[in-house]
Each structure stands twice: as C-alpha cells, then as structure tokens.
Design a protein around this ligand. Structure first.
Ligand code: MG
Ligand code: MG
Length: 266
C-alpha cells in the first residue's frame, strides 16, 4: 500500500481530531488515582469523545471492547480496561484513538501512580524523551530508520532499556493504521522515505528489562516476557519540509498531571 498524502486542509482536519483526542486524554489524567478502575477511566474517555462529536477509534476495531487501551506495569500495550482498581506504584499506560469527521488520530501517555520506584520513573522519562528525539527526525526526505535510530540510541545505547520490536508506529488519517510502518529501532538512512504531508504516529514502547514480549490469553494484551515494567508514549504528527508539525499535544495532559497530586510529574 502506498503512503497516503494529505493536503494542508486534510492535515488541519487531523489536527482537529488530535486536539479532541488530546483533551480526552486529559480528562483521564484528572481521574487517575489509587482506587479508580480501568472501566471508570474508559467511560470518562468515551463520554468525552462522544459528547464532543467524535468516535473512539479502538472500540470495535477487530472486536476490541473499549475506548482506551489501558496497560499496567508489565503490560506493554493493548491492555483491556478492567474493574480492578488501580494501585499505588502502578505504571499506567493510556492509549486512545479518535475519529472526528472521518479523520483518525492516535496518542498515548504513561503515568506513574503514587510511589513508583525511581528506576521506573526514569524508564518513563526516557521513553518520553525518546519520542521527542524520534519526532525531531520526522522531516520530509528523512527515512523511518532515522526515527528508529534516534529512539533506539537514547533507550538502548545511552540508557539500559530495550525497545519492543514486534509493534511499530504507523501512518494515520483515513484509517487507524496506514503505511508506512515506523519501527522504534533501525539504522540511519534505512527504511521508507518520508514524503511531505504524510501523517504518522511515532510510539516508542520501551521495556525496563529484556525486549521480548508475548500476547496474553485475552488475545489482546502485550506483556513483557520478564514481567518487568514497560512505558509507551505516542504522538500524531505531519511530516513537513524542515521538520514535524505535531498534531496531538501533551499540553492538556501535563496541566492535569501537575494538578493531580497522585501522579509522578513526568
Ligand atoms: Mg496508540
Ligand atoms: Mg498507534
């Protein structure tokens, strides 16, 4: 499949979708606390998206049952929100997607809830920083390997962590997952060339321990093989000449995070 190219007007439509998604995330940020359940967080996100004219893009996708992917601790991604309450010390990864006026966006953030071990706080911080470094490579004419290299170099060379290989970033816009694939590892100059006005999601999934993962018995949740924690951050962005135009934003999340006394300030 070819990479879908967007007009500047298309990109503004994806920006609107991503803005709603960013604000939906912040509603979840406000509600994360010890004792809240995954199902309660899911309901908050779904109602906010529907109330603002959007649709959750994950719900019903290949039968996925929820608005959020909520992945705790050793769960990497694709966790299903449950009725179990969140606990002090949990690593809470929230991934969500929105469709607004037919345009898709996708974004994820990882929180430390309460007393999270310093080494795990560092994993979360480094994963977030690796997203920023990957995004900085997203200029027209660069290649997916330039992004993967930047992410991997920070996580695996400058830090003792491991990037997950089995799951990758992707194009987005008219569908939930479009071409190209955007791995979180690679070599400079390798991979797919990024044309101007393609829109992609970059989403490092980074493990504290070994890189291996497996799919749990629910057929959805991806879990680390060594059961050590994992973190995940994601933005939707447009590739432009000279650099990226980031369409989703962590601004609302970060405002809510700083106002939420139970969250580690990442
Ligand atoms: Mg996502
Ligand atoms: Mg994604």
């Amino acid at each position: 499949m070819a990479i879908r190219l967007n007009s500047n007007e298309d990109i503004e439509m994806i920006r609107l979708s991503a803005d709603l998604l960013s604000r939906a995330h912040a509603e979840v940020t406000k509600a994360i606390k010890v004792g809240v359940t995954g199902l309660e967080l899911d309901k908050i996100a779904e109602e906010f998206i529907l109330d603002n004219g959007g649709k959750p893009s994950f719900k019903g996708f290949h039968g996925f049952p929820a608005t959020l992917c909520l992945s705790l601790n050793s769960e990497v991604v694709h966790g299903i929100p449950k009725k179990a309450p969140l606990k002090d010390g949990d690593v809470v990864s929230v991934d969500c997607g929105v469709i607004l006026n037919g345009w898709y966006s996708d974004m994820a953030y990882t929180y430390g809830l309460g007393n999270v071990k310093p080494e795990v706080q560092d994993l979360i911080r480094v994963t977030k920083e690796s997203l920023a470094l990957g995004i900085a490579q997203a200029a027209a004419g660069k290649r997916t390997g330039d992004i993967g290299f930047a992410v991997q170099e920070l996580c695996e060379v400058k830090n003792p962590y491991k990037c997950v290989r089995e799951l990758v970033g992707h194009g987005v816009g008219k569908g939930i997952h479009e071409d190209p694939q955007v791995p979180n590892y690679g070599r400079r100059g390798d991979g797919t060339r990024l044309p101007e006005n393609c829109v992609i999601c970059i989403e490092p999934m980074v493990n504290l321990g070994k890189k291996g993962v497996y799919t749990a018995k629910d057929d959805w949740t991806i879990v680390t093989q060594d059961h050590k924690p994992s973190a995940h951050f994601e933005h939707t962005l447009a590739v432009k000449v000279g650099g990226p135009d980031i369409l989703s934003t962590f601004k609302y999340i970060e405002e809510a995070m700083y106002a939420n006394p139970e969250l580690v300030k990442i």
